[in-house]
Ligand binder design. Structure first.
Ligand code: 5GP
Ligand code: MN
Length: 346
């Protein structure tokens, strides 16, 4: 592939590299950035990871975390812009739609640096010079492993890089439970464990590390903030700013909450509405062939994967959940019946 050759050629001489990802990075986003960063540093490049926002503290163990610049940190903004402007290469990882960089978007777009986009989301925008993209990959970390192997540098993947990659693959497959958990996923994670990734340590750090506040918050959300529409096979959480304040919520505390709604017997669509400073952030999850990414794109300015997507709303929390309920009723046939028909055909 010609683009791969040009990418290989460019990284064969020292570059000033900026690596970024989407707003509120998850483990796949941050794991991709830090795996790529640690790898490029080994190749002799000057590398800076800049994230459009902060991210959960249960990801802070990854190697290189201390050097990450958070673009929302006002005291670092000027430095970050300077680094973007001087960059000769910019890596955009785990997103395909530049909007998801939020405040960083215009700075990255106005740069003349050689841009690389590595991602596994649907409908990519064509903004990069080199795109390594596949929706059949479960995680961007899976693609990064493949790319490093494809350019002949597997030997540079050490324990630290392997652990960043493992974390992204583990979380984007829901702990190896979602239908995207392919044979390839297991083959790659087996390689990563072989290189030294401590799989049980990583799952403990990510899944089994809670503050008392977070545990109480989850209990509160399940008992007081869960609406179940059993007839419509739908359940959702609505969390207000006040709720978040009451439990001193930190970034990452709502992570995974939506899965409790989806785990209910008979529920096939779940949503989480969280009231943030800049509007309502929405997470959608579904089972089987129900495409919540299309629903998110049509009605909530969002997108993502078929069974896990997100969006936003500028209405109030109550108006947003009312809109959601109405839309689920109106679209029930196309969301559910179509997917059942598809199932019968398969
Ligand atoms: P989460 O609910 O965990 O925030 O996101 C689930 C999936 O949807 C992720 O793959 C994420 O990248 C995608 N996603 C979340 N929010 C948005 C959004 O506002 N726009 C788009 N296009 N995708 C989103
Ligand atoms: Mn991902």
């Amino acid at each position: 592939m010609r683009e791969l050759e040009s990418f290989k050629h460019i990284i064969s001489s020292p570059q000033k590299v900026v690596i970024t990802t989407h707003h509120k990075p998850d483990a796949d986003a941050l794991g991709s950035c830090l795996a790529m960063s640690n790898f490029l540093i080994k190749l002799g490049h000057e590398v800076q990871v800049i994230t459009p926002s902060d991210y959960p503290s249960f990801l802070h163990w990854m190697k290189g975390n201390e050097d990450v610049i958070n673009f929302e940190d006002r005291s670092k903004r000027a430095e970050a812009i300077g680094i973007i402007q001087k960059a000769t290469m910019i890596f955009c990882l785990d997103f395909s739609c530049p909007k998801r960089m939020q405040d960083m978007q215009s700075w990255v777009e106005s740069s003349n640096a050689y841009k690389v986009n590595i991602d596994h989301h649907q409908d990519p925008k064509d903004f990069a010079d080199f795109r390594y993209w596949s929706t059949s990959a479960a995680a961007t970390c899976e693609l990064i492993y493949e790319l490093i192997v494809a350019i002949g540098h597997r030997d540079l993947i050490d324990k630290d890089i392997a652990e960043c990659l493992y974390a992204g693959i583990m979380t984007d497959t829901g702990g190896f439970r979602h239908p995207n958990t392919t044979k390839n996923v297991h083959l790659i994670t087996a390689e990563l464990i072989g290189i030294g990734a401590d799989n049980s340590k990583i799952s403990r750090l990510i899944y089994d590390t809670n503050s008392v506040n977070r545990l109480k918050f989850i209990g509160f959300a399940i008992t007081r903030r869960l609406t179940i529409m059993q007839d419509l096979q739908t359940a959702y959480f609505a969390i207000s700013k006040k709720d978040l304040r009451k439990y001193s919520s930190q970034t990452g505390d709502t992570e995974g909450l939506v899965n409790y709604a989806l785990s209910l017997d008979g529920i096939k669509i779940a949503a989480l509405f969280t009231e943030r400073e800049d509007g309502i952030k929405i997470s959608f999850r579904s089972t089987e062939d129900i495409a919540v990414n299309k629903f998110a794109a049509s009605y909530f300015d969002g997108g993502g994967h078929k069974n896990a997507s997100g969006g936003k709303s500028q209405l109030t929390l109550l108006e947003t959940t009312e809109k959601f309920e109405t839309l689920i009723k109106e679209n029930y046939n196309s969301l559910f019946i179509q997917s059942e028909l598809l199932h019968e055909k398969n």
